[in-house]
Design a protein around this ligand. Structure first.
Ligand SMILES: C[S@@+](CC[C@H](N)C(=O)[O-])C[C@H]1O[C@@H](n2cnc3c(N)ncnc32)[C@H](O)[C@@H]1O
Length: 176
């Protein structure tokens, strides 16, 4: 049985609840970095006829993700570090949406590297966990991160996704 799509367990769903324009139109191929056990990936697979390339580096999380992919053929699990773009490039086709939900210090650099795999039409979504970068106030971290983001991307929109996810912002971007 498929679970309900909940904003408190999915940053993408939280972004929809907060009014960002991140709904699927129904045929997108998605490169999803930080798929975990597939909570959000499973929901996206119900909403697109395209392929979801689901990248996850934790063995523990990849096991349920692979089980999910066995039931849902639109999900292609890629068990690797998202920084390994050579490997990812060898496995993917055209991507319409690139999403990064990796709460690490270098999350912007991971996204930037992955953006080399996509073309200018691709939508780019980033879930930013400020606490993974610094303990400073979330707004201050966001402002600093925006400078780094702005070197490679145009910021189309961004919103805090509190109260669903504390100290998180969701960005809608395009390649410059
Ligand atoms: C916050 S969870 C993702 C939750 C998931 N997006 C969802 O909505 O169901 C972050 C995931 O990123 C994975 N991760 C962390 N660093 C990574 C990396 N360098 N490459 C790939 N996955 C990574 C973690 O193992 C973890 O499962």
């Amino acid at each position: 049985m498929v679970r309900k799509w909940e904003a408190k367990t999915s940053k993408w769903k939280a972004a929809i609840e907060k009014g960002l324009d991140v709904e699927l139109s129904g045929n997108e191929n998605i490169l999803y970095l930080g798929a975990s056990s597939g909570t959000t990936v499973e929901q996206l697979a119900l909403r697109t006829s395209g392929v979801i390339y689901a990248v996850e580096k934790s063995y523990q999380m990849a096991i349920p993700l692979v089980r999910l992919a066995e039931k849902q053929e639109k999900i292609l699990p890629l068990f690797c570090d998202a920084r390994n773009t050579d490997y990812i490039q060898s496995k993917i086709g055209k991507v319409d949406i690139l999403f990064c939900d990796i709460p690490s210090r270098d999350q912007v650099e991971i996204l930037t590297r992955a953006s080399e795999l996509i073309d200018g039409d691709c939508k780019i979504f980033l879930s930013l966990k400020t606490q993974s970068i610094s303990q400073a106030s979330p707004l201050m971290v966001k402002r600093n991160v925006e400078k780094r983001i702005g070197e490679h991307f145009r910021i189309i929109d961004s919103k805090s996704i509190e109260p669903f996810h504390k100290k998180h912002f969701f960005f809608v971007l395009k390649k410059k």
